[in-house]
Design a protein around this ligand. Structure first.
Ligand code: SF4
Ligand code: SF4
Length: 130
């Protein structure tokens, strides 16, 4: 029988298959991880929501250490690529408009997307008027 004449064949073949699978995973999954990395980095750390619209007092702007809060005609927005997730702005907001993305209330979730998309528009928010 083949298996008795070549007793090491199956384990060698198994090792070869495992090595092949390993390198296939490195080739296929590795680039997938790298391609996800920018998306992970571009997650919305903090989000400004609806309550800013009638306030816009820019208290958050004054404490942001990296100047990543910009002003649109209706409200202020946090740039998702520039925010360092420090949380300094959140307690400064007098109307509780700022949340970490994961804490945005369900009825305001649309603002996660709004904050992200507004910077891709032809007329993105600009430096706040002080
Ligand atoms: S979390 Fe920090 S870096 Fe991000 S907008 Fe607020 S103050 Fe600026
Ligand atoms: S502190 Fe709050 S209300 Fe004031 S500008 Fe910033 S997000 Fe808007």
């Amino acid at each position: 029988m083949g298996e008795s004449r070549f007793p090491g064949m199956r384990s060698r073949r198994l090792r070869l298959e495992l090595v092949t699978l390993f390198f296939a995973k490195e080739i296929l999954v590795g680039p997938a991880i790298f391609s996800l990395a920018p998306q992970i980095g571009h997650e919305m750390p903090y989000v400004i929501t609806e309550a800013c619209k009638n306030t816009k007092d820019r208290a958050c702007v004054d404490v942001c250490p990296v100047d990543c809060i910009y002003e649109g005609p209706d409200q202020l927005y946090i740039h998702p690529d520039e925010c360092i997730d420090c949380g300094a702005c959140e307690p400064e907001c007098p109307v509780t408009a700022i949340f970490p993305e994961e804490d945005v209330p369900a009825n305001l979730k649309e603002y996660v997307q709004i904050n992200r998309e507004v910077f891709k528009s032809p007329t993105p928010p600009g430096r706040p008027n002080r």
